[in-house]
Design a protein around this ligand. Structure first.
Ligand code: ZN
Length: 144
């Protein structure tokens, strides 16, 4: 476990038609945000998330065409392969209010999106392959 302090809070929008994951990643890289937190609400024109199958250790993509509400996006920024890396999960709702979600993938196209990013200062947090899960997890960050 590592303590962090907020360095700055950034509030903005992701442009209509942008790829949500690409936009967040580009912003994190351009601003050199090494550790951070992302939250967002808005709407998508097209949504691609994934489910991590723990047995096969592969991501299964789930695709939803058409407009959806972004009920919640929660994510973080840390270092993977030497550069800022965005890991985000997305919950979207359809016209009946039914919710779907998963691990945010490239291919999610923004209709409108309001984001708040908190950049933290503290020890560097980086991702490394975890043999137990097959995931790229934070290295030596267990709280217990
Ligand atoms: Zn994930």
């Amino acid at each position: 476990m590592r303590p962090y302090k907020t360095r700055r809070t950034i509030i903005g929008t992701v442009p209509h038609g942008a790829d949500l994951l690409d936009a967040l990643t580009t912003f994190a890289v351009n601003e050199d945000i090494k550790v951070g937190r992302i939250t967002a609400i808005g709407a998508t024109k097209h949504t691609v998330v994934a489910y991590y199958d723990q047995k096969s250790r592969t991501y299964t993509p789930l695709e939803y065409s058409g407009g959806m509400e972004i009920l919640n996006l929660t994510g973080n920024i840390s270092i993977r392969d030497g550069k800022p890396f965005v890991h985000a999960h997305l919950t979207v709702g359809d016209a009946q209010g039914k919710a779907f979600g998963g691990h945010l993938m490239k291919g999610t196209i923004v209709f409108a999106c309001e984001i708040i990013i908190e950049e933290y200062e503290g020890e560097q947090l980086w991702r490394a392959k975890d043999e137990t899960t097959g995931l790229f997890l934070w290295n030596s960050a267990d709280i217990l």
